[in-house]
Design a protein around this ligand. Structure first.
Ligand SMILES: [Zn+2]
Length: 339
């Protein structure tokens, strides 16, 4: 059978760890992982060891990526609620695709919980580019309310609970400018995985129940959830085996295969795969065209996720042992073969 040709995929949520934590990933290894997974464009989060809260830090990061990345890497700016004056210096830059706001604890020191500071962030980000929120439970209620009040576009990252899917569904019914993403690990793993995988299955937001998982698939099918975003968050094996472990899992190299597994299982169609990993993220984040860029693979061809041998520097996967479909066999970026 001839190989199927699909567009270069877009991952709107990765942590490539450079600068500051290059013992677990850098722009070279992270971009190789992206290409191995069929992604030619990724959007990198600002919670580096030194968070990206100033124009200067952002420019340094852009330069590093330009020197080392093999695919297109662009960025979100960060906020701790106290760097509002930096917003207008960075929001018009073509390398910036939104503002990331952490309303709940996660890796890095960028938490904004104080209601006054949250209000300042929503008031201060005047760009048409979205505010991306890590907001669980009650914090999601607050974030949606502030986005509506200040008429800001909001993207709800890695939605994980049934109640959060419902909050976004209701906001969309009210015609609020909100979009949402789900991760492959929340779609394919439940908290039962922690029994077997221990620290390796510890993520923020935490893995949910089967009912949460069903709600995510329903949300994808009815348009409540717009995209699949990997939240590729590599940590070394030592960091995952510590107590408590570092939170997060790598995801770039397995996302497409998992989505074609979902096609095989009858949950979604081939067109859905392209919608969740290309068309919708392209529209939401206004990603520019990458001419003469495509991925070739056989969506019928099964493979087993190995224990190691990945491009990501952390070199493990929470999906090891699973049978997936459609591993990219070649990737062409702007006319040049890169995988
Ligand atoms: Zn993340």
């Amino acid at each position: 059978m001839p190989l199927l040709r699909i567009p270069g995929l877009i991952d709107a949520h990765v942590h490539l760890r450079e600068p500051g934590s290059t013992h677990k990933e850098d722009f070279y290894t992270g971009s190789r992982a992206a290409l191995a997974g069929g992604f030619t464009f990724v959007l990198d989060m600002p919670n580096n060891a030194v968070p990206i809260l100033t124009e200067k830090l952002l420019e340094e990061k852009i330069t590093l990526a330009r020197e080392k990345a093999l695919c297109d890497v662009r960025f979100y700016f960060g906020t701790n609620g106290k760097n509002i004056e930096e917003f207008e210096k960075v929001s018009d830059k073509p390398e910036v695709f939104g503002l990331k706001l952490y309303c709940n604890h996660t890796t890095g020191e960028m938490l904004v919980e104080n209601p006054d500071l949250l209000e300042k962030v929503f008031a201060g980000w005047k760009s048409a580019k979205p505010i991306l929120v890590h907001a669980e439970g009650e914090q999601l209620v607050t974030a949606l309310r502030l986005a509506e009040k200040h008429k800001r576009r909001i993207h709800v990252c890695h939605i994980s609970q049934a109640s959060e899917v419902e909050l976004v569904r209701q906001a969309k019914i009210k015609k609020q400018k909100v979009t949402a993403g789900a991760t492959p690990h929340h779609l394919f793993l439940t908290k039962d995985a922690i029994i077997k995988m221990k620290g390796y299955a510890m993520v923020k937001p935490p893995l949910g129940t089967e009912a949460d998982q069903d709600a995510l698939w329903t949300g994808l099918k009815d348009g409540t959830i717009d995209i699949v975003e990997t939240d590729h968050a590599p940590h070394t094996r030592a960091e995952k085996e510590k107590n408590p472990p570092a939170f997060g899992v790598p995801g770039l190299e397995t996302a497409l295969g998992l989505m074609y597994k979902a096609v095989k299982d009858g949950r979604i169609t081939h067109d859905d795969v392209i919608k969740f990993l290309y068309t919708n993220p392209k529209a939401i984040f206004n990603v520019p065209d990458q001419p003469d860029t495509y991925v070739e693979m056989d969506p019928e061809l099964a493979y087993i996720v190995p224990q190691s041998g990945f491009e990501t520097k952390c070199d493990w996967s929470p999906f090891a042992g699973m049978t997936l479909y459609g591993k990219p066999q070649s990737v062409v970026l702007r006319g040049r073969r890169v995988l």
